[in-house]
Design a binder for this molecule. Structure first.
Ligand code: ZN
Length: 391
């Protein structure tokens, strides 16, 4: 790896600042390679040599180097040949500006070389993907367990500029079998571990950790929601889902709720829009029950703090992360549709995804095959609902 270089009698200057943490930068520091300015014929010879899988005599290489060739005194060195003045024909033929060689007294051999592009990160996806819109967006993720952590990674990978992560829990050893985080972070708050991991992978995304409980710190949540564009709730507590949906609606923000039902049999994504004809989570469950279905969250109407938890612990991590990915997709699609990008319209407001289907469940939960997806429309608010009726 080139971490510093000099030219003629100039002092050695560091380069590639971003790569300081790269594994190849460990070891003895000292000049180990050389670079030579060449014309395109040398780098054409590199293309031919690497295609043949064979080098050629050092004497021929020496003839190609106009100035500064040095014999490999200590046996061998790596040389870069830099051909900055490529002709149009050479560019069309994909002759590289920089080529690499292993130089010995017996011959030179072509070496594969990777050149870091001028532009890195999500900017490389522009204009095929609307990174300029997503970089401006602020998404709050409530619950950073197996589903929420996968969703947060996927949101960053989509190019979302700011992620607020809300979860009071610490990463524990038994979480590792399903969570995205590494064992090295056991004992840290999940939101702090995710900040380190996501920002290392996706430097275009800023992660702001909030190690708070969405129910007991509802005042801080209200404040946070003012500056957020959309909420993704992947909390497994029924009360926490209801509270987050309620706070988002009052803040006029869309909430995307993700969970698994029936011990991981089904994944569910509910998009709750704060619109007069779209009911909240409780109204949605009531409506389905009145139509003869079941309530997969029967504890929803209990007072805060008394609700049961979903039991995602019975599901395999890959299924939970798949639900998280779908939730991130629904969240990003909602933001982009609102920004006027028509190919991001979702088929409905309520998605059911069969993971390990239970076909005898009443409709709409009666999916029959693994990976089957069903989308349903929203249902209206119920009269008297304290969440849906604005005060
Ligand atoms: Zn409601």
């Amino acid at each position: 790896m080139v971490i510093a270089l000099s030219s003629e009698h100039e002092p050695i200057r560091p380069c590639g600042d971003r790569l300081r943490t790269h594994f190849l930068t460990r070891g003895d520091a000292g000049p180990v390679g050389r670079w030579f300015r060449v014309d395109e014929a040398t780098n054409l010879a590199w293309v031919q040599a690497i295609t043949r899988g064979a080098g050629y005599p050092t004497a021929r290489f020496k003839d190609q180097i106009a100035i500064g060739f040095v014999k490999p005194i200590s046996g061998a060195y790596i040389a870069l040949t830099f051909a900055p003045d490529l002709s149009d024909r050479a560019r069309e033929a994909r002759i590289p500006t920089v080529a690499a060689w292993f130089v010995t007294n017996d011959g030179v051999h072509p070496v594969a070389v990777d050149i870091e592009p001028d532009q890195l990160g999500v900017a490389r996806l522009h204009p095929k993907w609307p990174v300029d819109i997503l970089q401006q967006k602020n998404v709050t993720v409530v619950g950073t367990g197996s589903i929420g952590s996968a969703a947060a990674h996927a949101l960053a990978l989509s190019g979302v500029g700011t992620l607020n992560l809300v979860d009071p829990d610490r990463l524990l050893s038994h979480n590792l079998v399903r969570h995205t985080s590494s064992p090295r972070h056991v004992g840290k708050k999940k939101v702090d571990a995710l900040k380190i991991e996501i920002e290392a992978l996706r430097p275009d995304t800023r992660v702001v950790p909030y190690p708070i409980n969405a129910i007991t710190a509802a005042n801080r949540m209200r404040e946070l929601l003012q500056s957020t564009d959309i909420v993704l709730c992947a909390s497994d507590g029924v009360a926490s889902r209801r509270t987050t949906g309620h706070l988002a609606r009052r803040a006029g923000k869309v909430a995307v709720l993700a969970c698994v039902l029936e011990d991981g049999a089904l994944g569910e994504i509910l998009r709750l829009r704060p619109w007069p004809d779209h009911g909240c989570l409780t109204c949605r469950r009531d409506e389905l029950r009145e139509r003869g279905s079941i309530d997969p969250e029967p504890a929803l109407n209990l007072p805060y703090g008394e609700g049961t938890q979903h039991r995602p612990m019975t599901a395999v991590g890959s299924d939970l992360q798949l639900v998280g990915q779908h939730a991130a997709k629904a969240t990003v699609a909602t933001l982009l549709e609102a920004a006027g990008i028509p190919d991001q319209r979702l088929p409905g407001e309520h998605m059911l995804l069969a993971l390990r289907p239970t076909p005898d469940w009443p409709t709409p939960f009666d999916l029959r095959r693994a990976s089957e997806i069903r989308w349903l429309p929203a249902t209206p608010p119920k009269p008297g609902c304290p969440t849906c009726e604005q005060t």
